[in-house]
Design a protein around this ligand. Structure first.
Ligand code: LLP
Length: 386
């Protein structure tokens, strides 16, 4: 089964471009609202790093989600898109002074702090403005996620967060500071996680740490468990909306939330991944010695995930119903790793056919580069194309 695309509308557009199906996006957002809505104290932030296309952000903003940012640029994009600063959280191991000042000026909800030196700078900059910054500590829970090594973040060897052993000490330091208010703990174990057992392991760790805090009579109103829910890259048509029911139910079943606490999530990929496709045209079909190549006008500069993470994206020839043949699907960039897929079965390919590289809504357009002096791809929503 192939996805459905407005091919007639595509004719007029310069390829490659990203196409965002807003029906899929809205269905996804509705499901998040319904499933998280079963639990009164749950608050979902959209991890804007996954996709900051303004038209995509506009749809997400309508749904009422907050935002998770990791840079000043992302805070600007979120504010510009109309998200309330009171729903913005700000993480990242290397926050610059201007980024901290920007966040203070907007009075964002919370800084997710990743080191003592960072805490000291936030306290100092907040003091200079006569402000008090709400802070949470990102604790490295040392929980492994069964995902690609480049996108696991919660192990002791990763650069992210503060170790569990240091938790008490950093809390004491924060409690002694006059311009920060310590409100909670933040975690994030990795991305593209499909095994609910990984989230259960995180819940168990959070429960242990909460008991440690309670033993010290420390009450925190805010727990943030990050993002990480994966999508079905192999079957974008069969499962366009990820299993949010199981995801939130896992937290409900395993994380012992206190009555005075809210539980925050930072979902990126699972919100936007399946609504987006990279649309390219076939430039040439080239016969190699033992194989044939479909050479596209899109390359690793437009979608770097296959080259960087050996990520699988389903590829469809949306212009053709010819009998299936096998191709290596490659881009024009001067790098051997500029390959979208090897030995891919596609309906017979001709020059000019439109190809859809599916499940590319997350970490696609936003990670594009101008290497080889290529133009950045445009992004269009189905609303825009009508
Ligand atoms: N919160 C924090 C602190 C994060 O670092 C991330 C992702 C998220 C939330 C959102 O995670 P998600 O729900 O999207 O899994 N470029 C890579 C993924 C990098 C993820 C970085 N952090 C890829 O294309 O697979």
């Amino acid at each position: 089964m192939k996805g459905t695309f407005p091919l007639a509308k595509f004719q007029a557009l310069r390829t490659p471009f990203y196409y965002y199906d807003t029906k899929v996006l809205r269905d996804t957002l509705d499901t998040i609202r319904t499933e998280a809505g079963h639990y009164e104290a749950y608050a979902v932030h959209y991890a804007i790093k996954a996709n900051a296309n303004p038209n995509v952000l506009a749809v997400i903003r309508e749904s009422g989600l907050g935002v998770d940012c990791v840079s000043g640029g992302e805070i600007r994009a979120a504010v510009k898109a109309g998200f309330p600063a009171s729903k913005i959280v700000f993480a990242g191991v290397g926050k610059s002074d201007w980024e901290i000042n920007l966040a203070l000026d907007h009075d964002i909800f919370c800084f997710n702090v990743e080191s003592i030196p960072e805490l000291e700078v936030i306290n100092m900059l907040a003091a200079a403005k006569g402000r008090k910054a709400r802070v949470a500590f990102r604790i490295n829970p040392n929980v492994g996620a069964h995902t690609h090594a480049n996108i696991t973040t919660g192990l002791a060897e990763n650069k992210f967060g503060i170790s569990m052993e240091d938790m008490d000490r950093v809390i004491d330091i924060a409690l002694g500071m006059s311009n920060v208010e310590f409100i909670g703990l933040h975690f994030h174990i990795g991305s593209q996680i499909l095994d609910m057992g990984d989230f259960t392991a995180l819940c168990n760790r959070v429960n242990e740490l909460q008991e440690k805090l309670e033993a010290r009579q420390i009450r925190i109103p805010y727990i943030n468990v990050g993002g990480g829910l994966g999508i079905d890259y192999a079957h974008p048509n069969r499962q366009p909306v990820p299993d949010f029911k199981a995801y939130f139910a896992t937290y409900h079943a395993h994380l012992k939330l206190r009555p005075y606490q809210t539980l925050h999530f930072e979902l990126g990929r699972s919100v936007v991944g399946q609504c987006g496709s990279l649309i390219a045209r076939v430039l040439y079909v080239k016969q190699g010695t033992n194989k044939q190549f479909a050479i596209l006008d899109a390359g690793m500069t437009d979608l770097i995930r296959p080259a960087l993470y050996q990520a699988y994206h389903k590829i469809e020839n949306i212009s053709s119903d010819l009998p299936v043949q096998t191709y290596d699907v490659v881009g024009p960039v001067c790098e051997s790793s500029d390959v979208f897929g090897k030995a891919v079965d596609l309906n017979g390919v001709r020059r000019g056919d439109f190809m859809a590289i599916r499940s590319a809504g997350a970490y696609g357009e936003i990670m594009a580069s101008v290497y080889n002096c290529r133009e950045l791809p445009q992004g269009y929503t189905s609303d825009e194309l009508g």
